[in-house]
Design a binder for this molecule. Structure first.
Ligand code: CO
Length: 218
């Protein structure tokens, strides 16, 4: 139980330090959450949503799974998006990939890890779509990095195509979808310059992002 005791002790310390600076912090938060962002990222323990972008509890709604996949048929992810957009009225959805992603690596190399293989078929699909580009790269490191990037682009497109997002745009609700990628080696979050604010511009933004990231010169 020592491992857990450490967590409880750290939790008390953390809660105390917040209350010291802001005595009403938890009371206020307990009454409502009003996050401006939905973060869709990888489950990787090194890519923590709040910490990386310096957000407090209450400021970001989070969905994480292996390799930050958005499958419109995945009830879990679709429900998170629906709740975030329709109920919480988030204004920005960030799809956050990261370099060095174990899930992306496994999909690229067709490594078998167990049950998760089924989930990683989503990333294999991305690999198949962009096979030509990936094969043109000089080594497996470059291919891994590129697949991490292309995976973000494809998952952003999936977010845009969800019923929830399409309906929000149709009724004029402000909602912007973004693609970012995080570097484990430097702790920096990179703007991939994929920003979609309407159904009309989604295909154009997708095409230009793919063109940019498919060019080996990048
Ligand atoms: Co990952």
């Amino acid at each position: 139980m020592d491992a857990l005791n450490r967590l409880f002790a750290q939790n008390r310390q953390w809660a105390n330090s917040i209350t010291k600076h802001d005595p009403d912090f938890f009371k206020r938060l307990s009454e409502q959450q009003k996050p401006e962002y939905l973060w869709i990222g990888c489950s990787d323990s090194r890519v923590t949503a709040n910490q990386i972008v310096g957000l407090q509890p209450g400021e970001v709604f989070v969905h994480r799974n292996i390799a930050n996949v958005v499958d419109p048929d995945d009830l879990n992810c679709a429900s998170v998006i629906q709740f975030a957009v329709d109920v919480l009225k988030v204004r920005h959805i960030l799809v956050v990939g990261h370099y060095g992603c174990g899930g992306v690596k496994a999909a690229l190399r067709c490594e078998r890890v167990g049950l998760a293989d089924k989930w990683l078929r989503h990333v294999e699909k991305v690999k198949d779509i962009h096979r030509e580009c990936l094969c043109s790269l000089p080594d497996s490191g470059a291919q891994e990095d590129r697949l991490c990037e292309l995976n973000v682009i494809e998952q952003v497109a999936h977010v845009c195509s969800t019923e929830t997002v399409q309906e929000a745009w149709a009724r004029g609700q402000f909602l912007m979808i973004h693609g970012c990628i995080y570097g484990l080696k430097d702790g920096l979050l990179q703007d991939m310059k994929i920003n979609v604010a309407s159904a009309e511009e989604a295909p154009r933004v997708y095409a230009s992002a793919v063109a940019r990231y498919q060019s080996t010169a990048e």
